[in-house]
Design a protein around this ligand. Structure first.
Ligand SMILES: [Zn+2]
Length: 135
């Protein structure tokens, strides 16, 4: 079972498999208030420009604790990256080209490949950290 603080640490430590388990509902998170179980609730995506925004909440099954998890996808190409950050060439909500920088927990070899090929892919961003490449 995992607390929210542990999850932030996992993001930092790049403990990605556990994190994926939590986000997919296979692992259990603990409510910081009462010790109940937190469930991840996704609302249907909203589309703003080229971005799908997922309203995601962690809800307790016992008390009224609820925390919003900022998660959305960014469609674009890897422009540059280093160990901790990634630059994604994407489009703004107005449709003009822009470059955005995020923290990431992605594999360096994968990033190198994506950068070389200039592939357009979708990145899942959770709390300002790129967690997974979706497509
Ligand atoms: Zn609770």
């Amino acid at each position: 079972m995992y607390s929210w603080r542990k999850i932030r640490k996992m993001l930092k430590d790049k403990d990605l498999d556990t994190l994926k388990g939590i986000l997919s509902g296979k692992e259990i998170m603990v409510c910081p208030r009462c010790g109940g179980h937190l469930t991840l609730v996704y609302l249907p995506p909203r589309y703003t420009g080229y971005r799908a925004v997922y309203d995601t909440y962690l809800e307790c099954n016992k008390c009224n604790f609820r925390i919003r998890v900022s998660s959305y996808t960014v469609y674009g190409a890897v422009r540059d990256f280093d160990e901790d950050t990634i630059e994604i060439s994407t489009w703004s909500e107005m449709g003009s080209r822009e470059t955005r920088r995020f923290y990431h927990v992605l594999d360096q070899a994968l990033l190198k490949k994506l950068k070389e090929r200039e592939d357009l892919v979708e990145f899942l961003v959770v709390n300002d950290t790129v967690l997974v490449v979706i497509g």
